[in-house]
Design a protein around this ligand. Structure first.
Ligand code: SAM
Length: 227
């Protein structure tokens, strides 16, 4: 596995992006999507895989629910604790490839902008399924693999090899960071989840680039654990 994890510098940039300005994708797309999924799935015990600095946990109604967010970045977990930790909302270190929980601990699992950072989706799907109870619900928001050229436009020095897209992020006249995305084909994602006992109920794409052209670059995949 060659995944690039969020080091301290990338984590700092992510915190700045999330906390420093209004974010239309989060306000207009993500918040209503997360809220409606939580209302419909109505999980009592909720897990977020790759919670970052905790922003998504603050966008959902946690009345009569408990929430745990895990992330491999200690820097982001510390920030999440600082901002949002409470009795019903906990944050801890953890990795999608080896979730620090026993079997069937959660009624609902969600993950936002993480799946396209994972090279080994089979392992992650197996882990997600393992910690969910049968009939539990999941939601994943990730890069639309069919919007490859739209993703390439976010970067400079782009290199595409198979399903892996790499590129540099430019800002303030310099290179800020290097990203590696795994644009796993949709059929692969669905069959990988199915193999792990997770049945996809719906896939919806959303959010076009600022120019409003091309494909919608994000997808929301919802479903249930069926075995
Ligand atoms: C783009 S950020 C999204 C954070 C959060 N989900 C949100 O939307 O606010 C991607 C997050 O995925 C986390 N991540 C990367 N590799 C991961 C892995 N193998 N398991 C769990 N999380 C991972 C990163 O540390 C980072 O916090």
């Amino acid at each position: 596995m060659n995944d690039r994890t969020f080091g301290e510098e990338t984590a700092r940039q992510w915190i700045q992006i999330i906390e420093s300005r209004g974010n239309p994708v989060r306000e207009q797309d993500l918040s209503p999507l997360l809220r409606s999924w939580v209302e419909t799935a109505s999980p009592k015990r909720l897990l977020e895989i790759g919670c970052g600095q905790g922003d998504c946990s603050a966008r959902i109604n946690l009345t009569n629910r408990s929430y745990v967010g895990i992330d491999p970045s200690p820097f982001l977990i510390n920030r999440a604790k600082e901002l949002y930790e409470s009795e019903e909302r906990r944050f801890m270190s953890g990795n999608a490839y080896k979730l620090p929980f026993s079997e069937r601990e959660f009624d609902g699992v969600f993950s936002v902008m993480v799946w396209h950072l994972l090279s080994e989706v089979q392992t992650a799907a197996r882990e997600m399924s393992r910690v969910m109870r049968p009939s539990g619900h999941f939601l994943m928001v990730t890069a639309n693999p069919e919007a490859r050229s739209e993703w390439a436009e976010f970067y400079i020095n782009v290199n595409i090899t198979g399903r892996c897209l790499e590129g540099d992020i430019q800002g303030e006249g310099k290179i800020l960071d290097h990203d590696v995305l795994y644009l796993h084909p949709l059929d692969d994602i669905v069959s990988t989840l199915r193999f792990a006992g997770l049945e996809v109920g719906s896939i919806a794409s959303f959010r076009k680039s600022q120019q409003g052209q091309g494909r919608e670059y994000l997808i929301a995949i919802q479903g249930m654990r069926v075995r």
